[in-house]
Design a protein around this ligand. Structure first.
Ligand code: AMP
Ligand code: MG
Length: 491
């Protein structure tokens, strides 16, 4: 028996300029530390086979499975606003695509599997810490119901990678609807290769927006589709307190998935200006800036698509602007609808937006924990005597004052208290990947080769909306001395 991947590769059939053919670099002593068994099954793979030594060799890039057509994808990108005409997969290799149980084509990519022609000065490797962080956070996002790439496996390579110090090397197997980014379009746009832009757009439409096939203006509709998905995605991020950290155009997925978990983090206390990433000195990618940045990235995508919009450039620009102008409303609709659900409203009334904004303002002023405030609000909806939410506020009276208005508003709706609490608990998670927990997992793995904490955290985060009394401590915010103030790319 060998490990079988039912590959059906479409990206590597595109023109040569789209990628570089390159095999992963064999590593010394691969050891599987985590296989996502349910995801393996979803992808039509045999989890038992993946757990054999041969499986670990494949997931470490030591052996290339039959049917794989390993490539590094070409892309460009704006990094913190600065355009770089060539980035590309410098430490990731796409093995190929499989069709999952739902009929969806999924990329299977090794991240950290050795240098490629796009590595520039990098070593093509990944350290264990960032691999675990991506595994934990991407799977948490999936469990929260937010579009995201996923993690099939993590292996340690038995080799060290040199960062500030020598660290254990690791490879993450990433699964994505595709790895096509805004930066992929930019790669061809800066080279004025309109044929390639059209080929890429056609590929993307067939793969991610098949409903647009055969429509009258498919490229306009494609831009509108990406705008809508990104607007909804960023709204979902804000509703759970997620900060991506590096929203460069090369980290902005055309399919609308969250991609590239670097210095990402969930905030504890609500603070719209929150930044964790050590390299984001200007706060460009701060929590509340994310919608604006998504639109900025989409504007870069629109520029790439202009040559497909017709001969008359002036008209094309106008059409693009028109499509982009839908972003604020789509975002705001998704965000406001999500917020209404978070506070337990079933209907929409004048004044709701202001009522909710007043809560957010009070939370910011009182350093209320974002996740727990909303979760405890659900308890308070279920039982008026439950007053844990107020304890999240430095000045609990600020909550009391708001809660009086909130209860008045709830009284205008016929739903029972129990019904409301159930609905609220389904949108307000109790468990998120808190930074201090993620750091503790990484420390145990890197320093002691101990994965017990990792396993436990992954398990708890798989059911973010369920009360899990045995793991109640995982819901707690950090104590002052546990607070993580900065996160790092670790590349
Ligand atoms: P990221 O910050 O992970 O989105 O990566 C930005 C760019 O740097 C991409 O082109 C990556 O492929 C490249 N890169 C990041 N880390 C490495 C590395 N260790 N070796 C080679 N290239 C890398
Ligand atoms: Mg990236």
């Amino acid at each position: 028996m060998t490990v079988h991947f039912p590959f059906q590769n479409s990206y590597s059939a595109l023109p040569d300029s789209f990628f570089a053919r390159v095999a992963p670099t064999p590593v010394a002593a691969p050891r599987l530390i985590k296989l996502n068994r349910p995801l393996a099954v979803q992808l039509g793979l045999d989890p038992d086979m993946l757990e054999t030594p041969e499986g670990a060799e494949i997931l470490a890039g030591k052996t290339v499975p039959d049917g794989a057509d390993p490539i590094a994808m070409a892309y460009a990108g704006h990094q913190f606003g600065q355009f770089v005409p060539q980035l590309g997969d410098g430490r990731a290799i796409l093995l190929g695509e499989v069709i999952d149980r739902d009929g969806v084509r999924r990329d299977i990519q090794l991240k950290g599997s050795g240098p490629t022609p796009f590595s520039r000065r990098g070593d093509g490797r990944a350290a264990l810490g960032p691999v675990l962080r991506e595994y934990i956070v991407s799977e948490a996002m999936y469990a929260l119901g937010i579009p995201t790439t996923r993690s099939l496996a993590a292996v340690v390579t038995g080799e060290h990678v040199i960062r500030e110090t020598a660290l254990p090397g690791a490879v993450l197997t990433r699964v994505a609807a595709s790895h096509i980014r805004v930066g992929t379009f930019q790669f061809f746009a800066v080279r004025r290769d309109t044929d390639a832009i059209r080929r890429l757009a056609d590929h993307v439409i067939a793969r991610h927006y098949p409903e647009l096939l055969g429509t009258e203006r498919p490229y306009h509709a494609l831009l509108a589709g990406v705008v809508a998905r990104q607007a909804e995605l960023v709204a979902r991020w804000l509703l759970v307190g997620f900060i991506h950290g590096v929203m460069n155009t090369d980290n902005s997925s055309i399919s609308g998935e969250t991609i590239d978990y670097g210095p990402c983090a969930f905030m504890d206390a609500y603070n719209p200006a929150q930044v964790f990433s050590s390299i984001d000195e200007m706060g460009r990618y701060a929590y509340a800036n994310q919608p604006r940045i998504a639109l900025w990235n989409l504007t870069r995508l629109a520029e790439c698509l202009l040559p497909l919009f017709g001969e008359e450039q002036e008209k094309a620009v106008e059409q693009a602007q028109d499509i982009l102008s839908a972003f604020p409303e789509t975002f705001s609709k998704a965000y406001q609808a999500g917020l209404r659900k978070k506070v337990g409203l079933f209907t929409e009334r004048d004044g709701d937006e202001a009522l909710i904004q007043d809560l957010l303002d009070a939370m910011a002023k009182n350093q209320a924990d974002f996740t727990l405030t909303f979760r405890r609000l659900g308890d308070a909806a279920g039982d008026p005597a439950a007053d844990d939410a107020r304890a999240e506020f430095m000045d609990p009276a600020a909550f009391d004052e708001w809660a009086r208005r909130w209860r008045e508003r709830l009284a205008a709706e016929p739903q029972s208290a129990a019904e409301r609490q159930t609905a609220m608990n389904a949108v307000n998670p109790l468990f998120i990947p808190r930074n201090h927990r993620v750091e503790a997992v990484i420390q145990a793995a890197v320093n002691d080769d101990n994965y017990a904490l990792f396993e436990e955290l992954v398990k708890v985060l798989a059911k973010p909306y369920e009360d899990q009394p045995d793991y109640a401590a995982y819901a707690d915010p950090p104590l002052p001395d546990q607070r993580v103030l900065q996160t790092f790319c670790g590349t």
